[in-house]
Write a protein that binds this ligand. Sequence first.
Ligand code: ZN
Ligand code: ZN
Length: 249
Amino acid sequence: MLPHDLRFLFSDYFDERGRARPGCCARIEGHAHTSHADGYSPARDCVRRALELGLDTLAFAEHMRRGAPWRDAYFEEVEALRDEYRGRLRILCGIEVTALRGPDALDTDPESLERADFVAGSVHGLWAAAQGMGIDPFHRPGAHEALDGESELLRSLAVDPRVHVIGHPFGAYYERHGCPPAHAVLEIARLAADNGKAIEINVRHMDAGWFARCLAQAGPGVLFWPASDAHLARHVGRAASVLFPDDAA
Ligand SMILES: [Zn+2]
Ligand SMILES: [Zn+2]
């Protein structure tokens, strides 16, 4: 479970039409990568950027697949930064893990799950989810298949006790087919809320304004997580400035 003060209740920050409430801002970057994996900026540059912007929390969420060779280096560097900046910036050493089809369901290792401050579970395409299951890697699903497949994986993330945040929900669908049907978002948002998980409002993989309007209809208890999916230090903080533009001004 996320620490209590990082449980951002959607209805505290957004009105019933999904607009940011005046004076509200969650000053967190919830999803940043580093040069250990496919990011381009060292973790320290992301930290500097977060401080420049006046964020109070920076959550790294590095890709942590099984056997990732950078695993220990990533944890050691971010944990050291977490200690160094304690009192100035809250740094979370999290991981982003890919949802898989099948019994074990997450493409990561138990040590990383144990060591991470939080776990974001994400769908990275239906082929990635089915790896090792004999699926044609060049298969490109149509809209219905993509929606059904991503919804199924998101449901499993929403009830998985190892997962704290649902990463870029319907981002894979959005990339090819645009915004998904609202009912699909509402179903996952409810399931996440009922299981105490936060759901990302990801400004890179979704029309964030549309998504916030959807979440506004999802009923009580929805927890959101501002996420830029920053792969460059200069992208750190984009989610907070997009979601809370008045605060950024
Ligand atoms: Zn991702
Ligand atoms: Zn990511």
